[in-house]
Write a protein that binds this ligand. Structure first.
Ligand code: ZN
Length: 95
């Protein structure tokens, strides 16, 4: 892999886990550096992507995750609106 800036060959430094970087999920962060211009390169690779055999499979997983996140968001919204209604009732009763 060559440097983005000077096209010099990058020197591999170390591999870290997502946990080391306080990131969610399971993956690898590879660090590389350029001796010529001192550029520092980090490559983030999610393990989910490694396991998926085809792009279609990866897309399916991604859309399923989006759907799930959306449903959870809706649930939270519902709870929030119920709570605000409750407050409204409480206000009315105190009059
Ligand atoms: Zn460079």
């Amino acid at each position: 892999m060559n440097c983005w800036h000077c096209k010099n060959e990058l020197i591999w430094g170390a591999d870290f886990t997502y946990e080391d970087y306080c990131l969610e999920g399971d993956g690898i962060v590879s660090t590389l550096s350029c001796r010529k211009c001192n550029a520092h390169v980090e490559v983030y690779l999610l393990n989910e992507n490694i396991e998926s055999k085809t792009p279609e499979e990866a897309m399916k997983k991604y859309t399923a995750k989006l759907k799930k996140d959306n449903e959870e968001f809706k649930k939270e919204k519902n709870v929030a609106s119920k709570q605000s209604k409750r407050k409204h009732i409480r206000k009315r009763n105190s009059k």
